[in-house]
Design a protein. Structure first.
Length: 334
């Protein structure tokens, strides 16, 4: 029987083993999965992700302001949709388990198959709990229920409906991530992040719809960078261009030209640094004349540290704002 540590003491997490064994999970493939089948499952999950980002939450007040819209692209979320939480609960649950195991608060030896299986099972349970933990605060200031839904179901019932939708979206993301990891290509977390960032780049570059609702004008040009540039140059006079038009085209948000140029430069810079490596010559002492080279890459770190830090800061900011907003209504005790 596997032990939690060298002293022979079994981890206390083994009390959750019956729950983990009966927890629903995607079955691992018994044999080799063909490349076409991997592409099929990956494509299906990617299409489902894009579709769900366009499914808006029912009963949300349209005037609600998402204070964490800047984090959505990093955590593969879409504000006000079923995919509002994105991969946030998955990343947060993974952080919690890794910190607890790394700090020896949870005594598990991941080199042993039984402990590793328990770790992965408990991590799924923690992720489910984090979906609920991150969904509940959203209805207190970020995704406020509409007045019609409150009149229909009451305040508590209206919030419960929104929380149920957020939980459903987080649950679907979790299952798609596990499906891609076992039957698809790569990781679902990385795929959804790439999909969200790619969508933001495409829409931010080519979106022809105006910045705000209404007819397009010089003060309300298209939101996309290239359409905005073409529209402003076509509709501005020479005097307008000299008197601040160029600043509006290149610098003024949203989607200025300088942002597009910066994105392209960073993209090619990261690709170049990622492909850079130094080959160290090696010789074998036991075999004369045998030589080889060991490639030493310039960059070994991926975007995971950035994602983990962004998800952690988003959670800290969210709960801090909620506590500040709620506790500020209470009188200060002497």
């Amino acid at each position: 029987m596997a032990k939690g540590d060298e002293s022979g003491e079994k981890s206390k997490l083994y009390v959750l083993k019956p729950l983990v064994e009966h927890w629903p999970a995607i079955k691992k493939p018994k044999g080799h999965v063909h490349f076409r089948q991997k592409i099929l499952w990956t494509g299906i999950c990617l299409i489902m992700y894009y579709v769900l980002t366009q499914v808006l939450l029912y009963g949300v007040n349209p005037e609600t302001l998402d204070m964490f819209a800047g984090y959505r692209a990093i955590i593969a979320g879409a504000s006000g949709s079923i995919m509002h939480l994105g991969i946030g609960p998955i990343v947060t649950g993974s952080i919690i388990m890794q910190l607890f195991v790394g700090a020896k608060i949870i005594k598990l030896d991941l080199q042993k198959s039984e402990d590793k299986a328990l770790y992965q099972g408990v991590q799924k349970v923690v992720i489910m709990l984090m979906i609920i933990v991150e969904a509940i605060p959203q209805v207190f200031g970020y995704l406020s229920p509409s007045h019609s839904l409150i009149n229909m179901l009451g305040g508590t019932g209206a919030r419960a409906v929104i929380i149920a939708q957020l939980f459903m979206g987080g649950f679907i993301v979790f299952w798609m991530d596990e499906l891609i990891s076992k039957w698809g290509i790569g990781s679902g977390v990385s795929l959804f992040i790439a999909a969200g960032v790619s969508e933001a780049i495409i829409t931010g570059t080519f979106n022809w719809f105006p910045q705000t609702s209404g007819a397009m004008s010089v003060t309300n040009p298209p939101a996309g960078t290239l359409p905005k540039t073409i529209y402003l140059i076509s509709n501005m006079s020479l005097g307008d261009l000299v008197g601040g038009g160029f600043e509006k085209i290149f610098i003024s948000p949203p989607n200025p030209i300088i942002a597009l140029i910066g994105t392209i430069v960073i993209f090619f810079g990261v690709v170049y640094a990622e492909s850079s490596k130094v080959e160290l010559p090696l010789t074998h002492a036991r075999v004369r004349g045998a030589r080889g080279r060991y490639p030493l890459r310039l960059m070994y770190a991926s975007n995971i540290p950035v994602i983990l830090m962004a998800a952690l800061l988003a959670n800290v900011n969210m709960f801090a704002l909620i506590f500040w907003g709620r506790l500020s209504n209470f009188p200060i005790l002497p």
